[in-house]
Every structure is written in C-alpha cells, then in structure tokens.
Write a protein of this length. Structure first.
Length: 130
C-alpha cells in the first residue's frame, strides 16, 4: 500500500511540475509578444502602416517583390505619411496570414487586406485614397 501512495504522489508532483513549466512558457511567450508589439508600434511615425507578408522562395512573392520595393522607394521619395514593413511568414506571424504574398494596411488602428492590383502605383493610389 505504501508503494502505491508514493507512486501517486510522484505522479502528482510530476504533473504539477509540467503544469508550472507550461504556465512559465506561456507567460514568457505573452511577455515577448507584448514587448515586440510595443517595440514595433513605437517605431512607426504615421497612422498608416503597410505590411508585406512573404515566404522566401514563393513564386508569387518573388513576382511581387520588385513592385513592393518600388512602393517602398516611392513612399520614401515622395515623403508620404506611410510606414512600411516586411514580415517573413516562414518565421511565423501573429496576423494569421495563410496565403502569400499578403499586404495588410493598418490605418488609425483598423487593418484591411489589400486585394487590388499588385503594382506599386495601384498600392500607392489605394493607400492614399484610404
């Protein structure tokens, strides 16, 4: 009988350790996410952020990349009040992106998925019309 109680206590102790480890990992993940969000959000200078999600080696992403680069250059050259960022989707993303390439436009806290022509001119026009 004594052996059975010891085994039961050992299993309970192991389960408690696993639960505690899971809680610590979850807390670290949440804190890291909050830190990343704060760091990224504070780095933007405008109310409009255009984010390009891509996968390395994706043929559609490779086709769109030159247009994205033109868009980024035009935003800088024309000094448009737009911040741009690129996110490598193979490293995970918190936006739930399933298809690539995807362009998200966040303006005044509202995010929309861009579904227009994949040209820099069309993207600039869309963002400016807002």
């Amino acid at each position: 009988m004594a052996i059975k109680n010891r085994t039961s206590r050992a299993n309970t102790h192991t389960s408690s350790k696993r639960f505690l480890i899971a809680i610590v990992i979850l807390a670290i993940a949440v804190l890291a996410g909050l830190y990343y969000y704060r760091m990224v959000s504070e780095s933007f200078t405008s109310n409009t952020v255009v984010t390009y999600y891509f996968l390395p080696g994706c043929p559609h992403c490779d086709d769109f990349k030159p247009e994205w680069d033109k868009f980024v250059a035009a935003v800088k050259t024309q000094k448009l009040p737009i911040d741009t960022t690129s996110v490598d989707g193979s490293k995970g993303n918190d936006a739930g992106i399933k298809g690539f390439p995807t362009v998200l436009i966040t303006k005044d806290g509202n995010t929309t998925t861009y579904s227009g022509d994949r040209t820099s001119d069309a993207l600039i026009k869309y963002v400016q019309q807002g």
